[in-house]
Structure formats: structure tokens, C-alpha cells
Design a protein around this ligand. Sequence first.
Ligand code: GTQ
Length: 374
Amino acid sequence: MNKQVFSEAEVKQYYENMKNDSIGPLWHDLGHMVTKEPVHDVEPYLWKWKTIRDYAMTAGDLLEPGKDAERRVVYLQNPSLLKRGLVGYGTHTLYAGIQLLLPGEMAPSHHHSQTAIRFIIEGDGGAYTAVNGERSYMKRGDMILTPAWTWHEHKHEGTEPMFWMDGLDVGLVRTLAASFFEPYEGGFYPEEPPENYSTKKLTGGAFAAKGETVKPGYPSPIFNYTWERAQYELEQLSKSTDNEDPFDGYAIEYINPTTGGPADSRIGTMMQKLLPGQHTKSHRHVHSCIYHVLEGSGYTVIDGEKFEWEKGDFFILPPYSWHEHVNEGQEDAHLFSINDKPVMEKLELEFGDEYKDNNGHQPIEKVFQPSDSM
Ligand code: GTQ
């Protein structure tokens, strides 16, 4: 076949016309689209608990849920994502907010297509979340599911300020253009089952009334995964170094007992226990995480940067970033985290590898300085 020969000016014109007609030449751009490794705008970050708590407490004077706002929450804004106009993003998929409910307050019922988990940080156990009418009283360290589209509301019958973490898949649902929200008409959903019903029903043996079925699949039949149970599980696990995960220490993932898979279908949840002095090896994976330090003190190295943490702090682990954890304290450290691993796994996108050099440990090139203007 005879090929046409073009002048330089004709070639230039060709590309210009193409651009004007909204068409692109893949031979120039393939490398930008199908990158050799994950490309993203998520930078690691860390927030001190004191800073977060002070802002939330001030909001306690500024507004009241159910009156001035749907919820009283201060959220963690990753500055690297705000630069891209992404409001409320901790990672490209995950959001974390810290909610404060004061004695006597109520946050009305609503539902949304984002899935949510709550992790209880501080309080006296007198507040509850009701999921489709089932009340779960909140105790420190508990993880409570609010599966996508379930009605949920919060009420406080106790005497102390109640703080918890909300984890939602805000970025994921935004990217997938799948956000729906609806308030419950009439304010509060009927509260029918006894308090903590699903937890009591399925802990220490699982029972069904004769003829009753617990439907396998989504959502998990348990809403409240208690710290008491998680702690017991971790105690058993950490009795033998055989159970040690080289990258995560002694780690448990919250599961849906009817599927064996993650407790929530889209947000993964994990609790890690690090013994005093324990220093994990570095690895990286496609899934991203938001960490909360339940207790202990130490640091995490993320892509050569040291993030020093103590009780209450939160930090971001971006996708595909080298990371290792160290417990520098005298006590056990417990790190709770949410992740987007269930999504990556469902989409066949999860991949990870281990850091080979220097016996699995990264050189530390800089130390993160947390912001503090309160
Ligand atoms: O408590 O229902 O932090 O709907 C963000 C969105 C909390 C909640 C958040 C929500 C909630």
C-alpha cells in the first residue's frame, strides 16, 4: 500500500485538528493512562487527637445536631486532595470524621448509599447508634456497622461527651457517581429490637429461633463488634509468635460470619496489636487506609517519612506506599484502621509486595510535623 507523505506543517495541523475534535492519539498517551504502577494524588498525613478533639469540643458550643445540623462532625481533610478540589477526602476512596454527641442530644435518622462504620473513641457507654431500629450502645473500642442504605440515628442518654470516628466510602461513591441520601420522614426510625440484639444473639455461639433463618450474605447479621471480643481474640493470637504477621504484627480483620469475608462489603476494618518494641517489616499494597491509634505510642514510616503517633491520633496510608510500624512505648499498642481492600479485591485489583532491602526496613529521610494552630 502506498502511504501518503506529510509535511511537518501538515502533521502539526493534524494534531491540532484532532484536539479540536476531541480525539486523542493513544501513541502519545498510553503511558499516562496505563501506568506501570499506581499513580495517585494521596499524600500521607497525621492529625493529633488533641487538635481534633479541641475543634470538636468547640463545635459542641457552636451547634446542636438535629437543630442546627444533621450531625456534629469535624472531618479529616487530606491537604493533598483538597488541592484537587476533593472536599472530605482522607484518601481517594475513604473519609473519616470525628463525631461528638453531648448528653441529651439526638442526631435524626437518615440513610445514604455510602457505607459507614463507627469506631468508638471516648465516652461513658450511655450513647447509642440505632441501625434499622436496633440500638448499639457505644463503648470505647467497639466497631459498629452502618451498612449502606440502612436507617441510622444517634442518641445520648449518658453524662459524658461521646466521641467516635465515622468511616465512610465518600471518595469511592463520588467517583462512581452513586451517592444517594434521604432523611427519615418523621425524624427517628422505630426502635424495635432489644438493645445490642445482634451482638448478643451471635456472640458466644450463634442461635436462631427454631425455623428462623439468618440470611447469609450482605449485610452482616452483627452490627456491633465489641472491643471486649476483639481484645480477647488478640490476646489469644499474641500468645505465640507463630501468629505474628511480618507486616502488621498481631492483626485481626472484622468479618461477616455468614460469608467469612469482610464485616462490611466495601470498607475493610482491622485491629493490630504491637507488643512493646515490636517493629514490623515494610510492604505496600494497592488498598489505602485511615489509621486511628486506640492506645500506645510509636511511629509508622511511610515512603521514608516518619509519622510519630500516640493515643487518639489519626493518619493516612496512601495506596501503594511502603510502610512499617513500630511500638516505642512500654505498653501494647493497638491500631485500628479502615481500608478499601474489599473493593480492590472484588474488582480483582488488589496487589502488594514486600520491601526487600535492608532486612525489610526503610531508611528514614524526614519526620512529619503535625499542624497545631488551636
Ligand atoms: O452519623 O450518619 O461523619 O451520615 C458523615 C455522614 C457521619 C452519620 C458522618 C454521616 C454521618
